[in-house]
Design a protein around this ligand. Structure first.
Ligand code: GTP
Ligand code: MG
Length: 315
């Protein structure tokens, strides 16, 4: 195996194409490690490939999964390279440690009209800015699963930030997805567009709504969570592979089990709770004010701040 063709994901394995990879992921074999520890017979059955092909895939996976030793110092150096997209609000930036980080997933959850989409619009514009202006100098891949993308908003936000609105819109690659299959496939096939357009931010607004409407009832919950898990895993892979930022939005549901305090919990359960690097809970306050609570962060203390949704964007 030539070293320059690095094996990073299932599709890079010999004999594993997108369809086979999708089958494996749906069956929970969603990492190279899992392939590496599978028996060729099981893999052959799950993926519908010959035992010989499965043997080759397992072997390639084993060879590719080297354990990456790294000193704390080296890791710290790498962390310093991480880009941060300003949210438009100084307080919110401070709360989350400087902005929406690359190489990770930032999730905003909350009720309708809590500002999740508006925050997405703002960072879609800001991500395009140079680094010294709170951006990461890249294009944006925007998956709109709810039909709520508004170019007019991008236009006003861009104008207010002194960015050419036409350019701002050109740098946003919009995909309107109507089914979870489309949503999943868009990311499965995103490598090319990410490289061609220098995508540095992926927005999925909303990550969960199509999953929620397609997989109804208790019986479908397992399948929903499995697919959602693979989908999020794919987002994290892209974030790592291309050093890009991921922003996802999520709805909440009432949790009747909670008698005291706030009875709302985000959709997606543990699958999402463990996958998102930074979680923000957004709540409506008076008029244009929104309260943003940092719920989960690897290196920042929990806390809250207030932002405003103005015609010019987040302030
Ligand atoms: P769902 O997608 O329904 O779950 O909600 P969301 O959290 O995505 O809400 P969104 O970000 O769309 O926020 C909607 C709110 O943003 C509205 O209630 C408005 O108050 C505000 N908003 C939207 N457009 C404008 C605008 O042009 N000017 C101002 N000032 N506020 C706006
Ligand atoms: Mg929305």
């Amino acid at each position: 195996m030539p070293k320059d063709k690095a094996i990073r994901e299932l599709e890079d394995l010999p004999g594993i194409g997108p369809t086979t990879a999708e089958k494996l992921r749906a069956a929970g074999i969603d990492t190279l490690d899992k392939v590496a520890t599978s028996s060729p017979h099981d893999l052959s059955e799950t993926a519908g490939i010959s035992v010989d092909a499965a043997k080759k895939a397992v072997q390639a996976a084993q060879e590719s999964t080297t354990i990456a030793y790294e000193t704390g110092e080296e890791f710290y150096e790498k962390r310093k390279q991480i880009g941060k997209v300003s949210t438009g609000s100084k307080d919110l930036d401070e709360l989350i440690g400087g902005g929406v980080e690359t190489n990770g997933i930032t999730e905003a959850y909350g009720r309708f009209a809590s500002g999740k989409t508006q925050l997405g619009f703002q960072i879609a514009v800001n991500a395009q800015m140079p680094k010294d202006k709170g951006g990461i100098d890249g294009a944006v891949l925007f998956l709109d699963t709810e039909g709520t993308f508004r170019p007019e908003r991008i236009e006003s936000i861009a104008k207010a930030s002194k960015v050419d609105p036409k350019k701002a819109l050109e740098n946003i690659i919009l995909v309107r997805t109507l089914t979870t299959d489309q949503q999943i496939l868009t990311l499965e096939r995103a490598d090319k567009i990410i490289q061609e357009k220098n995508v540095k931010l992926i927005i999925v607004d909303s990550l969960t709504s199509l999953f929620r409407s397609e997989f109804l009832g208790r019986g479908a919950l397992g399948e929903r969570q499995q697919k959602l898990n693979a989908h999020i895993h794919r987002l994290q892979t892209l974030a790592d592979k291309y050093s890009l930022a991921v922003y996802i939005t999520n709805q909440v549901m009432d949790n009747p089990g909670i008698m005291f305090g706030d009875p709302t919990t985000p959709i997606g359960g543990n699958v999402l709770a463990h996958a998102a690097t930074t979680r923000l809970y957004m709540r409506k306050s008076k008029e244009e004010k929104r309260i943003v609570r940092l719920v989960d962060s690897p290196n920042m203390p929990e806390g809250e701040c207030v932002i405003k949704i103005t015609p010019e964007g987040i302030a």
